[in-house]
Design a binder for this molecule. Sequence first.
Ligand SMILES: *[C@@H]1O[C@H](CO)[C@@H](O)[C@H](O)[C@H]1NC(C)=O
Length: 400
Amino acid sequence: MAGCRSWLFFITVCSVGLLGANAEIKLTIPVGRLFTYELLRETFQNDFEPLSKLYAGRLYDDPMIFKCNKQSFPDLPEWLRFTQRHPYDNGFLYGTPTTPGKTTVEVYAVNKRSYETTRQIFVIKAVAETMLPYQAEFFIKLREIEKVLPSTVQGEIKQDLQKLWDTEALEIVNISNALDRGGRVPLPLAGHFEGVYVKVGSEQHFSDCLLKTLTVEHERQCTAGAKVKIPGGCNFCSIPSNCISWCKTELFDLTKEEPTPPAPTVGSGIIEVEVDFNPPESPPSRDYFPDYIVTVIVPLVLALILALVLAYIMFCRREGVAKRDARTDQIQLYHHHTIHGNTDELRTMAGSRGASPPLSTLPMFNYRTGEGAPPLQSDSPNIPLIMAQHDPYSDTLPRK
Ligand SMILES: *[C@@H]1O[C@H](CO)[C@@H](O)[C@H](O)[C@H]1NC(C)=O
């Protein structure tokens, strides 16, 4: 499998730009294999103070955080992840590309001491590569993702798994944090770790050791929950923290996988000529006449009737003054008119001083001669107490 190993050499790194301020780093990686890139704080530190080492003779060791995203997108591409445990640690870009293609990733480093920023651009080109038909996933309980991503640790883990698989031709396909797969954040105590899943693949069929995970006995032991030991002769872990959890081992035989159903054929988007186009039926017509009657005609008729009733009351049922006068008792009418006349007289008298004596006092004296009037001869209740000689209604008074 020299071809696979040659990928390591195929990953070419070329920096452009002397100080790296806007360096573009080109990487070529195979599809379906793990890609890891360590963002070294040291290189970014050089970008912040490129000459400090030269003149001051010292290099700062500033805390730094990284912000990574696909160029002109808010986030990283789907397959790529970034992790950095602490501002004093290096960051890691890692992931497994699934389709060939070119991705441009921007990495901004923020210096947490001076708040300067610097940028690096990565052009990651994923090229097609054959799938590894046999894959297996292992869970390493006593590890954290940042501790596994450095290439030396990856090498150690790979060595153990090569022995377990009984082949040299082994490639790491994927490494993922157990927290990304539903794991729990551990207690902040010594001896508690997040856990890491490592997926490896090979052209070689699974070894006898690996096939033991498919046995009924293995399943029974693991569901019982007891602490299951790796069967004798299969335990190859040289460093305790790299030991795998035997029960969480999973094998994937991609050769047995059903071929994916063919993609649906895409038509031209134009309807065929023979097919007649049937426009949808228009909805049945609705009779709006009853609605019209209820909402327009009925209120209109009611309003008309009301108007007619009102008009009849106002114009045809009115009593004229003459008609009312004819019906009224003569003595009552006379009394009414004298009150009116006296009021008018008093009003005119109030207007000027030298007004003639009021007619209303006529029965008491003659206003021309000044003589007092003779007392009334009659005690009839029909004759008003105050009588005007020039009264226009005097002739209407009832006669004896
Ligand atoms: C790698 O693991 C991550 C996390 O489980 C998953 O999302 C991703 O699809 C995996 N990639 C491949 C190529 O299996």
